[in-house]
Structure formats: C-alpha cells, structure tokens
Design a protein around this ligand. Structure first.
Ligand code: URA
Length: 438
C-alpha cells in the first residue's frame, strides 16, 4: 500500500477499507506517512466526508495508535467531559476540580488551541510551571493524589491524534464530523473511562455552527463512545457568544480561579452555570447521585465550601505549577495592562456576535498559532461584559483587548468591534443548554 493511493481514493470519493485506514493511521503515528501526505488526506476527508463505517474504523485505529490506560484498580468511577470547542470555553478548569471534589476520578486528556478556539492545555500552561506533558507514571500519581489529572496527547496516549490535531489546526480541516469524532473518542477511550459527558457547541463560535449538524455530531459521538463501552451523554450548548467574560489564556484562567474562589462576576456567571451542569451530569453518570438535582446540589456544596478550590490547588502543585495562583491569580498569572477599548459604534441592542471572528482576532493578536511551532502569548486576551440582548449606547465599551503589541492589539479591537452587530430591536438572549442527547 502507498499513502498516495489512499489519498487518491479518498480524493475521488471512494470508501476506504479497514486495512487502508489502519495502514494510514499507523503511518501517521510512526512518521512513515509524510506531513504533506497527511495534510492532503485530511483535506480529502474534509471535502468528501466518511461513511459511518469509515468513521468507526478511523476512531478505532486512532484509539489503538497508543496505549489504553487501565485505572480499574482505582476504586472510584472514572468519568470525564470533553468539549467540541468554543471561544472563552474554559469549563474544564472548573469541572475537573468540581467532579474530583465530588468523588469522581477524572483522568482528562485535553487538546491545544484548534482553529479559532482555545485549548485547555495552553490555558493551563499560563500558570507558571504547570506541566501538561506528564509521563504515564506521573499522570497516575497526580490522579491518585488529587482526584484529577490534566495531560495532552503523548507518544503513548492517542499519538495519532497528537499529529492529526496539530495538522488539522494548520490546514483548515477541523470542521469535519469524522475527524472530530476520531479525535475526541480516541483521547477519551485511551483514558480508560467508564463514562463521559460531551459538550457539543453550536452557534457562531462553534465548529458546527448549524444546530442540525451539531446534533448529528452529538449523536455520532454518543454512539461511538457507547460502542466502546464508555457510557456517553452529550449536551448541545450555545456558542453564539463567548462563554463568560474572558477570551484568551491568562484571562480565562483568572476568570476560572475567581469563580472557584466564589468571586462571581455576572459576566462570568454562564461559565459557572454550565460547569455545574456538566459536572453534575458526570456525577450522575458516575452513579454517585440518582438525580440531576441532587448532583447539582453536590457540586454546589463542593464549590461553596471551598473544597473544589483546594482540589484545584493540590492539582496545580502536583503538576508543577505555582499553587499561590489560587490565592492571588492576578499577581501570579502573566497579564498585561496594555489595553485597547472596543467601543460600540452606535446605540441599540446587541443582536448577533460573529464569535469565531472574536476567537480569530485574539488568536492573530498572539493568543493562537498560525504555524504548528508558534508560541502562544498568554497575556493576549479580550474581556467583555456585553452579551446578546444587552442595550448599548454609541461609545459605550463593549470590551477591552489586552496585548503588549500596540499594532496587533488595535487591529484585534477593530475586528472585534465589527464582530458585534448592533440592531434597533431587542432580542432574546440564547438559551445556554439546548438539548441532551443520550
Ligand atoms: N476537541 C478535540 O479534541 N478534537 C476536535 O477535533 C475538536 C475538539
């Protein structure tokens, strides 16, 4: 078999066989298939799609590209959540300590920034010293001591996704259902989970902006997860505006730590609400509570008692980070005070936000990658309190861009201003949780 024959077959819209998919994914992992060939194949899959059969075979091959962790000796239910990606979507930083403090074991394998969306790993790395490249032994130690561990794909865990994920980001081939399913399920399957909750985003800042496509993705993720023996549930949630107030790296971590500390700013409230909902779903899947109401109460208790903050502090210390970030996040996190106001150009109501454009603006100001090897500037960010449905007057602040580079900061502010549509009539704010798919 030759990679170019498999690329040609997919390019021409034919169905790949089990052996062809296994050969290709093996070559991706070993490095025998060149990155330019992988990129061409990704584009062929993006343009021509995959049948359900090919999608399962791809997921299976990606899952078996590395080790499958076995935590069966840990006497706790192993449950995780994963998001399909959004702008300001930082819930993992709250959900992991919430669920762990509530008695769930959370072995979380996350990703870096993808397209216009931010990545949990990049956000965590804005905490000085925090490591997301733990060895398997270290990952297990952190899990044992703190109840949750956060890591990236490695050469042992989901190595095919490690390669494909970075190439999809750099080749505009992210928004394809089979690639998203393979990517997410191969990471979750490798983490030895009993159950998982998947937050499928829809709206202007999601990879599946169309609700019908988001539902299709949610159904595919749940079906594939269940077929691997991972009890799976998906929530379709709103991504028509940034989630919470902060978009960026340090600013998102700051928002999460403030929430963990009980400092609840109204702009950040949706982050807390969604995190409680998703963590509560994990508690029910873990069979620690029978009803979602009881599970929500359990999560609220670990939040309000400070137990979740202490769990987060223990995890930060165990993963090499500076635990004082929990006491004085604004002092420890790398931030900048170079600010660029985004003003409303007219009076009216916020009717629509091009949320992907907000994500791209922050990424291109230095908060994301253009090339795989680019370094992210954790100081770059956007903070907004303005949401869909809010009334604004001409000249009011919609938000503030933070960036050390004046040219890039001003460009981001101008782009973000254009991303907010101000209309004459008020509109209803979007509903945060739209549907649950079992
Ligand atoms: N999250 C992932 O891990 N992979 C995707 O493809 C999209 C979101």
């Amino acid at each position: 078999m030759r990679p170019q024959d498999i690329i040609r077959k997919k390019r021409d819209g034919a169905e790949l066989s089990r052996d062809e998919i296994a050969f290709f994914v093996k070559g991706v992992t070993s490095g025998d298939v060149a990155e330019y060939q992988i990129s061409a194949w990704l584009m062929a899959v993006f343009l021509n799609g995959m049948t359900d059969g090919e999608q399962s075979l791809l997921t299976e091959a990606m899952l078996h590209s590395g080790e499958i962790l076995d935590f069966s000796d840990i006497p706790k239910p192993k449950v995780d959540k994963h998001s399909t990606g959004g702008v300001g979507d930082k819930t993992s930083l709250l959900i992991a300590p919430f669920a762990a403090a509530a008695g769930v074991c959370v072995p979380m394998i996350s990703g870096r920034g993808l397209g216009h969306t931010g990545g949990t790993l990049d956000k965590l790395e804005s905490i000085p010293g925090y490591r997301v490249n733990l060895s398997l032994k270290e990952f297990r130690q952190v899990l044992d001591t703190t109840g949750f561990a956060m890591n990236g794909q490695t050469k042992e865990i989901a190595p095919a996704d490690k390669k494909l994920y970075a190439l999809r980001d750099a080749t505009a081939t992210v928004e394809a259902i089979p690639l998203i399913v393979g990517s997410i399920i191969s990471k979750k399957g490798a983490a030895g989970l009993d159950a998982m909750v998947i937050d499928v985003k829809t709206g202007s800042g999601a990879f599946m902006s169309d609700p019908a496509r988001a539902k299709q993705l949610a159904q595919a993720l749940v079906k594939t997860g269940n077929s691997l023996g991972i009890h799976s549930q998906a929530l379709i949630t709103d991504m028509n505006q940034p989630l919470g107030s902060a978009v960026g790296h340090s600013v998102e971590v700051l928002e999460c730590i403030n929430l963990l500390r009980g400092e609840i700013d109204e702009g950040a409230r949706p982050v807390l609400d969604l995190s409680i909902e998703l963590a509560a779903r994990m508690v029910v899947l873990a069979k620690l509570e029978n009803t979602i109401e009881a599970a929500r109460d359990r999560i609220k208790r670990v939040h309000e008692s400070g137990a979740a903050l202490e769990t987060f502090r223990a995890n930060v210390a165990a993963q090499g980070g500076e635990p004082r970030v929990c006491d004085d996040p604004a002092k420890i996190l790398p931030l900048t005070d170079k600010a660029f106001e985004v003003e409303s150009p007219r009076s009216g109501f916020v009717t629509k936000i091009s949320t992907a454009e907000v994500g791209h603006s922050v990424a291109e100001a230095g908060g994301g990658r253009v090339r795989i090897e680019d370094k992210i500037d954790p100081r770059v960010g956007f903070i907004t309190k303005t949401k869909i449905g809010d009334e604004v007057r001409a000249g009011d602040s919609i938000g503030v861009v933070f960036c050390d580079d004046a040219g890039r900061g001003q460009t981001a502010a101008t782009r973000i201003q254009a991303a907010y549509e101000i209309g004459e009539a008020p509109v209803e704010p979007p509903q945060l949780v739209k549907e649950v798919i079992d």
